[in-house]
Design a protein around this ligand. Structure first.
Ligand code: EPZ
Length: 420
């Protein structure tokens, strides 16, 4: 397993190009199952999870091609020959579960492996299943698989989500697009990735009102057609590199970064002393003075995103004063705290909250990545730490970040990938 080795202490300076959003690309690829015609996606990030989703779609019999020469365009389409999403793919990537709604809506039946839990929590899918039942599907569980059937097609319904689940909103939005009649999705998630998906579905012929709000109204249509749709820039990648720039005291321009997708992160970083300015088609990140501790809680969009929590914890480890972070979305998403403590961070975790008391300097150490965003948090810490940090199990990182060491090295970081 590859490692990433960093020798800290060098301020970052230069330009970083932000890629397409992983968490938009994955549901958009699943949307390709809603029509036999070609769905063309552009600005596709080159990530392991994208490859996994392409393998899953091909397993369903759907053609997935990469026209052009840079692999950043995907063309998806064709008949669904196999309604089963197998355990050995779903267990690798939970987002595979997003094929359930489209396959059920398109063919009237689906057999999708239940995703297991993961490092950050149990991550049940009960809201997806209850919503599909409200749309008239019959749902059974058998040997770890969800068997869903709707031989007469799905029927529109009013669904009130008890929690604005991103995945449940996406699965139900896609299913409702082909249901008979009107569906109202109330208390829907509002992340920019959902807006990106809804706009793509509309381009494919879906009839959706309330896009961007927590109440989506979908008038089902008999079928959807092909379209070409661009994937939005990755707001979490943008925020992650902003933390990397900030902890080194450098100045970096994040090409393509969108402040309108990162309101809570920009405000929180500003409170900590990080300046983020919109200019030249991206975001310029720097800081004039020291970092100071702040408090924040993770919430559904437009609140502070849980996917930025680890990166901020790393940044606050060297801020002046104390910070308190409360993780409201996942029940076990502080795995990176123990690794940061190995680097000298002063962090105490009490249930859903963590208290960080800033220390002037972290020390490089061998550390273990536990999940995708924790991996980047450890890189943020390593960029500022005195000495050498080795981040192990970087396969976590490769699932959601493209060419991290190249992007950081181009800004002056002393960083390299070490093949294990
Ligand atoms: C999406 O996961 C993202 N993944 C996650 O990003 C992100 O952290 C999360 O949304 C929250 O923003 C993708 O988009 C591929 P949820 P998802 O359903 O859809 C509970 C990353 O690092 N819940 O909003 O799984 C659940 O247990 C990943 O890129 C239920 O209880 O998130 C969790 O506590 C990590 N029942 C909370 O809701 C359900 O049926 C949020 O889950 C569904 C969810």
């Amino acid at each position: 397993m590859d490692k990433i080795r960093i020798r800290g202490g060098r301020p970052l300076s230069g330009n970083i190009t932000i890629g397409g959003a992983k968490n938009a690309a994955l549901p958009l690829m699943a949307a390709g199952l809603l029509t036999a015609e070609r769905l063309v996606l552009t600005n596709v990030p080159l990530l392991a999870d994208i490859q996994t989703m392409a393998i899953l779609l091909r397993n369903h019999g759907v053609a997935v091609a990469t026209p052009g020469n840079d692999g950043r365009t995907l063309s998806i389409g064709g008949p669904i020959a196999n309604i089963e999403a197998p355990y050995d793919i779903v267990r690798k990537m939970r987002a595979s579960f997003l094929v359930l709604g489209p396959i059920l809506a398109r063919t009237g039946e689906a057999r999708v492996s239940l995703p297991g839990g993961c490092q950050i929590g149990a991550r049940p899918v009960d809201l997806h299943l209850k919503g599909l039942e409200q749309l008239g599907a019959e749902i059974r569980l058998d040997a770890g698989y969800v068997l869903a059937s709707a031989p007469q097609g799905l029927q529109g319904a009013t669904i009130v989500l008890p929690f604005p689940s991103v995945g449940a909103t996406e699965n139900l939005l896609m299913a409702a697009s082909l249901a008979n009649g009107q569906t109202i999705l109330a208390n829907a998630a509002r992340e920019p990735e959902i807006t990106n998906l809804a706009e793509c579905l509309v381009a494919m012929g879906a009839r959706i009102a309330g896009i961007g709000s927590d109440r989506l109204t979908i008038e089902g249509v008999p079928c959807l057609h092909g379209a070409t749709h661009a994937i939005i820039p990755d707001r979490i990648e943008t925020g992650s590199y902003a933390c990397a720039a900030a902890i080194t005291g450098g100045a970096v321009h994040l090409r393509g970064g969108r402040a309108d997708h990162l309101g809570a992160v920009v405000r929180t970083l500003a409170e900590a002393g990080v300046e983020i300015r919109e200019e030249d088609g991206g975001l310029s990140v720097s800081r004039r003075n020291g970092l100071h501790g702040i408090d924040f809680i993770t919430e559904p969009y437009p609140g502070f995103p849980t996917d930025m929590q680890a990166q901020l914890m790393a940044l606050m480890s060297v801020a002046e004063g104390a910070s308190m972070i409360t993780e409201n979305i996942f029940e076990d998403r502080f795995g990176h705290a123990a690794e940061l403590r190995r680097m000298g961070a002063n962090i105490k975790v009490h249930g859903a909250s963590a208290i960080i008391r800033g220390t002037p300097m972290l020390s490089g150490a061998p550390v273990m990545a536990s999940d995708l965003r924790a991996s980047f948090g450890l890189i943020v810490a390593g960029l500022a730490a005195h000495g050498e940090t080795t981040v192990n199990r970087v396969y976590h990182l490769d699932r959601g970040y493209e060419a991290v060491e190249q992007k950081l090295a181009a800004c002056g970081a002393d960083i390299e990938r070490v093949a294990a």
